[in-house]
Design a protein around this ligand. Structure first.
Ligand code: DC
Length: 243
């Protein structure tokens, strides 16, 4: 990538693609969104897509353990995604679900859908579509570029991304962040309530994707002892280095 962004066959510059993976509470959504906003890139939270798929199935009363029924429902998921980092949005059938997909009900249920392999194939296909549309949008415009974050972006969805980062943090830091995010506090009760969500979910999710060790060519950033500002700066520097 030295010497600038690649030029597509159409003679236009391709947008930069940045892939960021990490476990719950690593801060990857907040950090990805901030860096995308600062650098004028689009932003895709792929976890929100699994959440929207879960909401859609729950809403239809589908038993999440029924692998085929869930796969059929997700194949038809009428999902619209807004990739502006200042205002990321998710709508299903025209209904804005950006807030409801963060509820405890969905957080507790989402792993059942995210570990469904047919669902993964379908959502990965859509994620690649969103990334490609920002890399080379077609027509005369240049690619804006995108930061996509999740669990398998550096390895499965966009292994050819220009920048690939695994954002990690130790368990204490991750639990404290999620407790603050979900309960607005870091006291014992909030930590305990968060423990199941973070640890059980990661254990379950890690059966279908490896997001605890960096694949070849993926840079690890450990945010345990870093503030949000410091982590944003570190990730931003990595992106700017190839820009
Ligand atoms: O990051 P999050 O908590 O919003 O993710 C929601 C769920 O989706 C969580 O169970 C992990 C899963 N997920 C995944 O399996 N692959 C991704 N690329 C992103 C999220």
């Amino acid at each position: 990538m030295a010497g600038g962004e690649p030029v597509s066959e159409r003679g236009q510059r391709d947008g930069l693609v940045v892939a960021i993976d990490g476990p719950s509470g690593s801060g990857k959504s907040t950090i990805s969104r901030r860096v995308a906003a600062e650098l004028g890139l689009a932003f895709l939270d792929t976890g929100a897509m699994y959440r929207a798929a879960t909401w859609w199935c729950v809403r239809q009363g589908i038993d999440l353990a029924d692998v085929d029924a869930v796969a059929r429902a997700v194949a038809e998921l009428p999902l619209t995604i807004g990739t502006d980092p200042e205002n990321p949005s998710f709508a299903v059938g025209g209904e804005d679900v950006s807030v409801v997909i963060r509820s405890t009900e969905i957080s507790t249920a989402v792993s059942a859908v995210a570990t469904n392999l047919a669902v993964r194939a379908e959502l990965q296909r859509r994620q690649r579509g969103v990334i490609e549309a920002e890399r080379h949008p077609g027509g005369r415009s240049e690619g804006r570029g995108i930061i996509a974050e999740g669990r398998d972006i550096t390895t499965v969805v966009a292994p050819d991304a220009d920048v690939r980062i695994l954002l990690i943090a130790d368990e204490t830091a991750r639990l404290a962040r999620r407790a603050r995010e979900v309960h607005g506090a870091e006291d014992e009760a909030a930590l305990e309530a968060t423990r199941d969500q973070v640890l059980r979910r990661d254990a379950q999710d890690s059966t279908v994707s490896n997001f605890s060790t960096a694949a070849d060519g993926v840079i690890t950033v450990d945010s345990s002892g870093m503030s949000l500002e410091q982590t944003v700066a570190a990730v931003r520097t990595l992106v700017e280095d190839v820009r």
